[in-house]
Design a protein around this ligand. Structure first.
Ligand SMILES: NC(=O)c1ccc[n+]([C@@H]2O[C@H](COP(=O)([O-])OP(=O)(O)OC[C@H]3O[C@@H](n4cnc5c(N)ncnc54)[C@H](OP(=O)(O)O)[C@@H]3O)[C@@H](O)[C@H]2O)c1
Length: 303
């Protein structure tokens, strides 16, 4: 059988790097090789992967997108290119919408033209956080920030047959992921303060990448929530990291969002944990977030 041709945009981002590696049959740092949501191991020649970073393909460039798809003739396009600076977006509305909304629609249309399946990744920030329990795929979005609104606009520009994977609180092994900032503080003996009034679902970039491979294989269409198991506040994450590194409860102090100084520009939902029951009824549930964070601490990659 000939390999499935997959074009990944935003391939230099934290999920992009892990997805390209996973599609190539590698086990990226931070991944759990035992978690095969569809029960099928990835073999090196199953996919022909073309990962494109912004310098290779700016997804807001209509002509470049049309040319790239005509040239590469992918079976599946996974869009991981996004404007992800949540606070900056409040002052950079046009640029944020150009990537997250307009370019997402452009990619969906371009996929329709070449007969490719389109997969794009969205966020829990499409919700207002006032439901009081976890959000499932049928809940009505009501974004509270420019970033959240731009991602919801992007979802609405997709076609019914596209697959939208909503995820949240993504953490990777590289760079300045919040887990590594906390870990550095824990190791150098200082303490941290984190908000205890924002609840969400932690998602490991490598676990999301493995879930996306299942989506690439099965092309389910529609909206799917994907996140690691269990919910947490940022304070819970900080306390867990401290404990993993031998610090006691004094290491992390809970604070309220209102106590943050300076106040963040963007409003974040109070409770936007994603309900993954739809995913779990079809495929194997993602590992618990604590297991994922332990892997991040173990496999950290120096940037
Ligand atoms: N990170 C989270 O906590 C989180 C939570 C929920 C959902 N998501 C979603 O998950 C997906 C992947 O996020 P991530 O964490 O991997 O984000 P990321 O690390 O910020 O990666 C996004 C990538 O998109 C690239 N990009 C930006 N504008 C572009 C353009 N016009 N054309 C082509 N590439 C462009 C960026 O390049 P530059 O670096 O050059 O700008 C970056 O490499 C995104 O859709 C994001 O909205 C993320």
């Amino acid at each position: 059988m000939s390999p499935v041709r997959v074009l990944v945009t935003g391939a230099a981002g934290q999920v992009g790097v892990d997805l390209v590696s996973t599609l190539r049959g590698e086990v990226p740092p931070g991944a759990d090789p035992q978690w095969q949501p569809d029960g099928v191991k990835i073999v090196p020649d199953e996919f022909e992967v073309l990962g494109v970073a912004r310098r290779d393909l700016d997804i807001t460039d209509r002509d470049a997108v049309t040319r790239a798809l005509a040239l590469t003739k992918p079976d599946v396009v996974v869009n991981l290119a996004a404007y992800t600076a949540v606070d900056q977006a409040e002052r950079d509305v046009e640029a944020c919408y150009a990537v997250n909304a307009d370019a997402t629609g452009l990619l969906s249309q371009a996929c329709a033209t070449v007969g490719a399946h389109f997969v794009t990744v969205s966020t829990d920030y499409v919700f207002d956080g006032e439901k009081g329990s976890s959000y499932d795929e049928g809940d009505q979005p009501n974004p509270q920030s420019v970033y959240g609104a731009s991602k919801w606009a992007g979802e609405q520009r997709c076609r019914d047959e596209d697959t939208i994977v909503r995820t949240s609180w993504v953490m990777g092994v590289r760079g300045a992921s919040v887990v590594h900032v906390i870990a550095d503080r824990a190791r150098n003996g200082s303490n941290v303060r984190f908000v205890d009034d924002q609840t969400g679902t932690v998602t490991l970039a490598a676990d999301l990448a493995r879930a996306l491979v299942t989506v690439v294989r099965e092309r389910p269409g529609g909206v799917w929530h994907v996140a690691n198991g269990g919910n947490a506040t940022w304070f819970d994450v900080a306390r867990f990291v401290g404990h993993e590194l031998g610090r006691d409860d004094e290491f992390a102090t809970p604070i309220t969002t209102a106590a943050l100084s300076p106040a963040p520009l963007a409003r974040r939902p109070r409770r936007s944990d994603l309900n993954t029951a739809k995913w779990c009824s079809r495929w194997v549930a993602p590992p618990d977030w604590r297991d994922g964070v332990s892997r991040l601490l173990r496999d950290r990659v120096a940037s």
